[in-house]
Design a protein around this ligand. Structure first.
Ligand code: NAD
Ligand code: MLT
Length: 324
């Protein structure tokens, strides 16, 4: 065999980097990855499937159901990049990844509009009892007096976390005629004022808001930030929405406040443990709940998939991955 044919035989059999897609991602993700990688799929939520599947992978793509912790990283000796097709990184142990020399990328802009719109959908659905009224009508009832609601106009909205999504929600609900107060110690008051938002301490926000919406990351500081004591200071009949992460509002304390009629209602997209089909919150008529659907739009999933696929291509080529 000549030197030339030996070289081409080697390149023909050269190992393509292995990309493991551990959750359902958009077709656009695969389009961007193309044929340069060996693409595999697995159910990342099932540890008995995930851990062995990691043995020879170069890149791992996940949404929020796959826990990329120290154990998972140890099971992936070739891993170079973990790509989170979405915003929150609370399911990825970034510190352990960094120690293992594994890059972590996410898609921080991809689903923010979808998440903001979903939070607003939940707030409107709670304020006007949309799901309960729909179920009642489908059951053959015509009960107009049972489903009296409240207007958002001229009410005060409290935004916990004035980041990308919090700002989008504030802007959109300001257009509904709501006054917006926000709690976010990392935002300059001048920047908030430019958006027509008044910053306030958490204690004050809880007391003045007619509706509160949570847009915080899940961290050691935010877990349980809205607990029994905080819920007790909210206005009677106030509404609360959490489309950020389960556990930022204490679920049991919220259940009690709603059950006792101290709060008007809650819109919940996220739960402390997911999947969740047996939360006591789901038994309450003044709760509207969805199964973590904030980012579940065609647009958001396309943007997330394209963003992480591009980052994975760059990372596996050893190139700089720009901030998304
Ligand atoms: P972001 O980083 O742009 O904004 C978060 C804001 O929270 C920042 O302004 C930050 O200063 C503030 N913050 C952080 N710690 C705080 C603390 N201890 N007290 C008060 N403020 C604090 O993030 P984002 O894009 O707005 O997303 C927010 C969260 O929403 C994500 O971390 C993710 O968990 C969640 N999310 C959920 C869905 C969904 O499907 N339901 C979709 C997208 C994002
Ligand atoms: C996110 O943080 O991006 C959301 O929770 C959406 C998702 O996990 O898909």
């Amino acid at each position: 065999m000549s030197a030339t044919s030996a070289t081409s035989a080697t390149s023909a059999t050269a190992r393509r980097p292995v990309v493991l897609i551990a959750e359902e991602l958009s077709d656009a993700t695969l389009d961007v990855l193309g044929d340069d990688f060996e693409i595999r799929h697995c159910d990342g939520a099932d540890r008995s499937v995930l851990l062995p599947a990691l043995a020879d992978v170069d890149a791992l793509l996940v949404r929020s159901a796959t826990k990329v912790d120290a154990e998972a990283l140890a099971a992936a000796p070739r891993l170079k990049v973990v790509a989170r097709a979405g915003v929150g990184l609370d399911n990825v142990d970034v510190r352990a990844a960094t120690q293992a020399g594994v890059m972590v990328v996410n898609a921080p802009q991809s689903n923010i509009i979808s998440a903001a719109e979903h939070a607003i959908a939940l707030l409107l659905a709670v304020a006007r009892h949309v799901p309960a009224a729909d179920a009642s009508l489908r059951a053959g009832e015509w009960k107009r007096s049972r489903f009296g609601g409240v207007e958002l106009y001229d009410k005060t909205l409290g935004v916990l976390g004035l980041g990308r999504i919090g700002v989008l929600v504030a802007q959109r609900l300001a257009a509904f005629g709501m006054k917006v107060v926000a709690y976010d110690p990392y935002v300059q008051p001048g920047r908030a004022a430019q958006m027509g938002v008044r910053l306030a301490p958490l204690e004050e926000l809880l007391e003045v808001a007619d509706a509160i919406t949570v847009h915080l990351p899940k961290t050691a500081e935010t877990l349980g930030l809205v607990g029994e004591a905080q819920l007790a200071t909210m206005k009677p009949g106030a509404l609360i929405v959490n489309a950020a992460r389960g556990g930022i509002i204490d679920e049991h304390a919220l259940y009690v406040a709603l059950k006792e009629g101290r709060l008007g209602g809650a819109g919940i997209d996220v739960f402390t443990t997911e999947p969740c089909t047996d939360s006591p919150l789901l038994e309450l008529p003044n709760v509207v709940a969805t199964p973590h659907l904030g980012a579940s739009t065609a647009e958001a999933q396309e943007k997330a998939g394209v963003a992480v696929a591009r980052s994975v291509r760059l990372a596996l080529a050893g190139e700089l991955v720009p901030d998304a």
